[in-house]
Design a protein around this ligand. Sequence first.
Ligand code: AMP
Ligand code: MG
Length: 286
Amino acid sequence: MADTKRDFWQTPAVEILRSRPGQSISDLDRNSTPGFTGDKSDGGRLLEERGADLSLLQEKLYANGRSGDKRSILLILQGMDTAGKGGMVRHVIGHVDPGGVDHASFGVPTPEEKRHHYLWRINKAFPRAGQLGVFDRSHYEDVLVVRVHDLVPEKVWSARYDEINQFEKELVDNGTTVVKVAMFVSMDEQRRRLQERLNRPDKHWKYNPADVTERKLWPAYQAAYQAVLDKTSTDYAPWYVIPSDRKWYSRIAVTELLIAAFEELDLHWPTADFDVETEKRRLAES
Ligand code: AMP
Ligand code: MG
C-alpha cells in the first residue's frame, strides 16, 4: 500500500469526517480540507495512488463474491446540484473495474416508480454479492426534495427517517457495508459552477434551469440535510460530512472512506477449489 497517505493525512478521513451528534452544517467550512495537510497537487497524486489500492481491494471483493461470499459495499452520494456527485463516480469509482460496480442514479420518480413505495426502486438497485454499489442520489431524496417541496404531507415524510434507519439496518445485517457521503458546497461555489455550465457549450447539457429554482430554496435544503444527519447517522450506517468546494479534496476523502470500508472486510484472495499442481500437470500435457 502507498505511503503517501500517512504523510498527508494527519487524522484519518473516517475519523475526522464522520458526522458527530450535534454537529451543525451551518458551521461547516465548505472550502476546508479536514485532516489533510497537502495541497491540490499532492491530492492529485494521492488520488492516483490510492485509486490503484482501491482497485485491488475491489478486485478481491469481486473474487470473493465469485466464491460465495455474500458481502458487498454501497456508497451513497448525496449533495446539492453541482456538489460533485458525478465527478466522484468518474474520478474515484473510475479507478475500479466497471464490471464490479453496480451503479444507479435516482431522479424524479417515473410513473411506474410513483405507483410503488418510495423504497421499491432503491431495493431493486442494491449491489449484488461481491459488487461495489454506487447510488448517485438515493432514498434520502424522499426526505430532502420531497420535504422541501411538500410533495407529501409532513406526517408522511417525518415517519420516513425511522423507516430508512430500519431499512438500512436490514441491508447491513444482510452483509452490505453502507458508506453514506453528504457533499456540501457553499452557495458561492455553486454559483461559480452553475456559471461555468452556462458559459461552456460543452457543459450546457449539465445545466438545468430548475437548479436555480432549487438554489433559491437553499435554507430549506440545508435544514433538510441537517435533519438527515441528525436522524439517520447510525452506528451501523453513519454519515460522512464532506466539504466539497475543492473537488480534489472531496475525491481523495471519499477514496479513503471506501478503502477503509474494504479493509474492514479483511479480504483475502479466495483459495482454489481445484488442485493447483494437478492442473499444472494437466495443462502441461495438453
Ligand atoms: P440530477 O441528479 O441532476 O440528474 O437530478 C435529478 C433530480 O431528481 C433532482 O432534482 C432530484 O431532486 C430529483 N429527485 C430525485 N429523487 C426524487 C424524488 N424521490 N422525488 C422527487 N424528485 C426527486
Ligand atoms: Mg442536476
